[in-house]
Design a protein around this ligand. Structure first.
Ligand code: COI
Length: 357
């Protein structure tokens, strides 16, 4: 047991490290994990002592509620190392707050802010060597909470496990992306859980996305569940459109994830005098803009990819290809955000957070 910052953290180190076996130049996203993981159990109405343990399987009763009712939430964040070997996070307070918004919606107890930061920063200090300095490198951070109480009665669990696992990542390149605008399936509905980062939101996308993949499209852009006429979210990311020089994205709501990259892009657009609108975007407007040549760009925005350009789309059997645009907003925002994240550019909004030793 050691006392770190104010939180007591029980640390057991791994006997050996896997790091020398890892080819950091050939990582595929989310498949390699560091030597340690963080766990914190909730029982008897409170979060217990945080433990850091060698990375490995956990044991749960087969009746644990997470397996049956999907009471599970997660976050995605990244850590970067600057030239002085200091470790930085990007707007981590946003992720910490969003985790607790998701928790509330899924009837999971909130995870306290101090435990989140003290635990995460202790884990990152132990795994510092896994954060590479090369261009595009980062350490993807996956905090999550699962319902561990055994018993298949359909009600909120009384026991949970909060965990953090870490995965080294390279610059995310998802290849050429063409998307299908959803005209039958939906990702979320008003009053539902679309804004929460809960496991089921992603599981529900797998089948329609598989159908889209089979038809030759890499992702689905989700439309509103009632009319399928308004564009809301792209796969696991928020979605932006550029018509002429104007940037447009849908307003967040209880159906749409309040993405950290999305809100950062809007702040940067404001800062740079790029005209933008946050409003409902209809499929017909985008089809019309594609036909008359004013639709210059579409891109997804999220933590993993930062910004992911979309080259074309299809709606109800009609395919549209976007032009090759010089001075692309997608490239510009990706570069500006990653250079702030990696401390190569001025952080005028105070978004970066230095991990405490
Ligand atoms: C993100 O990019 O923000 C994500 O959540 C991606 C993850 C589902 C792999």
């Amino acid at each position: 047991m050691i006392l770190d910052k104010k939180t007591v953290i029980d640390i057991q180190k791994a006997d050996t490290s896997k790091i020398s076996k890892i080819d950091f130049n050939n990582l595929s996203f989310g498949n390699v994990f560091t030597d340690h993981m963080l766990e914190c159990d909730y029982k008897d109405g409170q979060w217990q002592t945080i433990k850091i343990r060698p990375y490995g399987p956990i044991s749960l009763d087969p009746s644990a509620k997470v397996f049956h009712y999907g009471q599970a939430i997660f976050e995605g964040m990244k850590a970067y190392k600057d030239t002085q070997d200091d470790v930085w996070l990007f707007r981590p307070d946003e992720n910490q707050k969003r985790l607790n918004k998701s928790a509330e919606r899924l009837a999971i107890p909130e995870f306290p802010e101090a435990l989140f930061f003290d635990g995460l920063e202790t884990l990152l200090n132990i795994e510092k060597n896994w954060i590479q300095k090369e261009e595009g490198s980062s350490l993807y951070i996956r905090p999550f909470v699962i319902a561990t109480e055994s018993g298949v009665s359909a009600n909120p669990a009384k026991e949970y496990k909060f965990m953090i696992i870490l995965s080294p990542a390279q610059s995310y390149y998802s290849g050429e992306v063409r998307v299908l605008f959803a005209d039958k399936f939906s990702r979320s509905a008003s009053g539902g859980v679309g804004f929460a980062k809960c496991a089921g939101n992603y599981a529900g996308q797998f089948y329609p996305t598989k159908l889209a993949n089979d038809a030759g499209y890499q992702q689905v852009v989700w439309t509103d569940a009632s009319t399928h006429e308004n564009l809301e979210e792209a796969g696991t990311m928020n979605v932006f459109f550029r018509i002429g020089d104007k940037l447009i994205t849908a307003p967040t709501s209880d159906r749409i994830l309040d993405g950290v990259t999305r809100k950062s892009i809007l702040t940067l657009a404001e800062d740079e005098g790029i005209e933008y609108e946050v409003r409902t975007i209809s499929v017909f407007e985008i089809e019309e803009a594609a036909k008359n040549g004013t639709l210059l760009e579409m891109f997804g925005a999220g933590t993993a990819a930062v910004v992911n350009p979309i080259l074309g789309f299809s709606f109800k059997g009609n395919d549209y290809e976007l032009p090759k645009t010089e001075n692309s907003y997608a490239t510009h925002f990706k570069n500006r955000i990653t250079s702030i994240q990696t401390k190569k550019a001025e952080d005028k909004f105070g978004w970066t957070y230095k991990v405490r030793d």
